[in-house]
Design a protein around this ligand. Structure first.
Ligand SMILES: Cc1cc2nc3c(=O)[nH]c(=O)nc-3n(C[C@H](O)[C@H](O)[C@H](O)COP(=O)(O)OP(=O)(O)OC[C@H]3O[C@@H](n4cnc5c(N)ncnc54)[C@H](O)[C@@H]3O)c2cc1C
Length: 557
């Protein structure tokens, strides 16, 4: 049986950073990913990575901006760690070979991303995620880490209450494999595909979150789903916040810079939740242009667009037939990022000994109710290292672990049962209903009735899911099977999102609830925690927000 000290599930920025940290402590580390590491979604990140480098800046400023933008739901001890360890984490990546954009004096160029008060976003043109992912992957190759490429984790193995490894479908080999591990780190990314209009790739299906939930690990703040204000219609491709940071602005059909009405001080640089709601209001009230608003960049001039926003121009030309040097870009909000996820402490530990989580699938709670752009890539580095080191320390003190053979046989039988179903619906039909319903009822504006309707649709889809039919009956490279299982994960995550949203009777950050339009610190300054009982029913619980130095205050735009 395959066996390692530490097994990292996921080869995006968080998984690779965690794996490197664990390996550098001298334990045996392997990485497992359902796609080739360089296809992980971190590669899509564009705008940059935050760290307090400027002389006017400090880690306290960075932490405070993060807390304020989180609408005070972030745990302040976690944001302090993020901000304090940020510059060293970025320098470390720089020393690994990441090519960041620099000024004539050789220092990092810094962008003013969103509502940051001081420019602090380090970037590599507008392909920062690509550079981060390539750099970390090269380091993983250099360390000769074992990588199980195109292996799809189906479940965890928990023996006597301790995590002992995973069960996975080896997609090219067509077999079920057990990988025993003294510590497992889930680094499986987000779940943007729960929504129809999303910036996320088809692989972002919330697998790690669902697997954790099924094994009794709570998910935290799942109602907090960030919508990014500038995505291309149809494809959902993201136009980086860097475009507004460089001076781009938003117009409605009347040619008005409408942000003046919603955020007179910060205008287009206001928080993503604020700008997305403003755009949606303009569109809903008939001042949009074909379901979009317009992002104007022409005044920046061709040279600046070419040097700072080259990929943005290429994406617009290729996918929307628009050259931003000559025309405004039609944009609309799209589901982008899960602030919530698997509940962890500051070293990535979950409630199961030996199980860790990090990155977008986790909630160490640095983003609260609204993520500050540029903080996710930083979270991958800072907490990736911490989770890797934590898991390595844990593994060192563990005796050998094994996965019972019966678990492999049971999983083989379960897959064979799914593959052999001859009548029923296609997974894609159910996925589209799920995504449309989530977009309508759990999007930028929510209501109690809408969320209850959404929950009833999800429960009905879960019933129909039991009879999903596959067209591909083979075992090797069966993506029909992978997609079917991913849909099961998505339905579980969607239920957690809706139950959490129904619970929160206020508006905070990304959770805007009509009927409760204001933030209510007296009753709701707390984290939502959702957990599943052995019968499969979800229950809500709450945890206090950890406040260290910044008492809640109003966000002023
Ligand atoms: C278009 C876009 C632009 C962005 N721009 C920025 C930015 O400029 N700055 C910023 O800070 N943030 C940005 N973000 C957010 C940030 O990029 C992501 O939150 C972050 O990269 C997620 O990294 P991750 O390591 O958690 O997950 P991912 O990079 O998504 O990796 C997940 C990994 O898990 C694996 N996996 C998943 N499920 C399974 C399974 N069942 N079995 C095996 N493997 C599995 C996948 O194969 C993959 O390797 C952006 C996001 C998007 C979508």
């Amino acid at each position: 049986m395959l066996s390692h000290d530490v097994l990292v599930v996921g080869a995006g920025g968080s998984g690779l950073r965690a794996a490197l940290a664990a390996a550098r402590l001298g334990v045996d580390v392997a990485i497992l990913s359902k796609v080739h590491p360089l296809r992980s979604h971190t590669g899509a990140a564009e705008g940059g990575i935050n760290a307090a480098f400027s002389e006017q800046d400090s880690w306290e400023n960075h932490a405070y901006d993060t807390v304020r933008e989180s609408d005070w739901l972030a745990d302040q001890d976690a944001t302090e760690v993020l901000a304090q360890e940020g510059p060293a984490a970025v320098y470390e990546l720089d020393h690994m070979g990441a090519l960041f954009s620099r000024g004539p004096d050789g220092r990092f160029l810094l962008r003013p991303f969103g509502p940051e008060r001081i420019p602090r976003t380090v970037f590599a043109g507008d392909t920062t995620g690509h550079v981060v992912l390539q750099t970390l992957y090269q380091q993983a190759l250099k360390e000769r880490l074992r990588i199980y490429e195109e292996w799809f984790v189906l479940d965890l193995v928990i023996e006597d209450g301790v995590c002992a490894g995973v069960l996975a479908y080896d997609i090219p080999g067509g077999t079920v494999q057990a990988v025993a591990a003294k510590a497992v780190i889930l680094a499986t990314g987000g779940a943007g595909r729960l929504y129809a209009n999303t910036t996320n790739a088809y692989i972002c299906t919330g697998d790690g979150m669902a697997i954790a939930l099924r094994n009794g690990v709570p998910l935290k703040d799942m109602e907090m789903v960030q919508f990014h204000p500038t995505t291309l219609p149809g494809s959902g491709i993201l136009i980086t916040e860097g475009a507004r940071a460089e001076g781009g602005y938003l117009l409605n059909a009347r040619g008005e810079r409408f942000m003046a009405r919603y955020a007179p001080r910060l205008m287009e640089q206001a928080g993503r939740d604020v700008v997305s709601r403003a755009e949606q209001t303009e569109i809903d009230e008939g001042r949009g242009v074909n379901g979009c608003v317009l992002l104007e960049l022409r005044h920046l001039g061709e040279e600046r667009i070419k040097s700072r926003l080259a990929q943005t121009r290429e994406l617009c030309t290729t996918y929307a037939g628009i050259d931003p040097v000559h025309e405004p870009i039609p944009v609309r909000p799209g589901a982008h990022y899960f602030m919530g996820g698997i509940h962890t402490d500051l070293t990535g530990r979950t409630t199961i000994p030996g199980l860790y989580a990090v990155g977008e699938c986790a909630c160490v709670s640095v983003h609260g109710a609204n993520r500050l752009g540029g903080n996710s890539l930083l979270e991958l580095l800072v907490f990736g290292r911490r989770a890797g080191e934590g898991a390595a320390e844990f593994a060192r003190n563990q005796k050998g672990v094994e996965v019972p053979e019966a678990r492999v046989r049971d999983t083989e039988r379960e897959l064979a049962r799914i593959v052999s179903r001859s009548d029923g619906e296609r997974w894609a039909t159910l996925r589209d209903i799920l995504a449309d319903t989530m977009s309508r009822e759990m999007g930028i504006f929510r209501t109690g009735n809408g969320m209850r309707h959404c929950l009833s649709v999800i429960m009905e889809l879960k019933e129909r899911y039991r009879r999903v039919r596959l067209d591909d009956r083979g075992r090797v490279y069966n993506y029909d099977l992978v997609s079917t299982i991913e849909l099961g994960f998505m339905l579980d995550v969607a239920e957690a999102v809706v139950i959490s949203g129904l619970g929160r009777q206020e508006s905070r950050g990304a959770h805007y609830r009509r009927g409760y339009p204001t933030r209510d610190d007296a009753n709701w300054l707390k984290h939502t925690v959702v957990h599943r009982d052995p019968e499969g029913n979800l229950h809500l619980d709450y945890l206090p927000v950890r406040i260290t130095r910044w008492p809640p205050a109003a966000r002023v735009y």
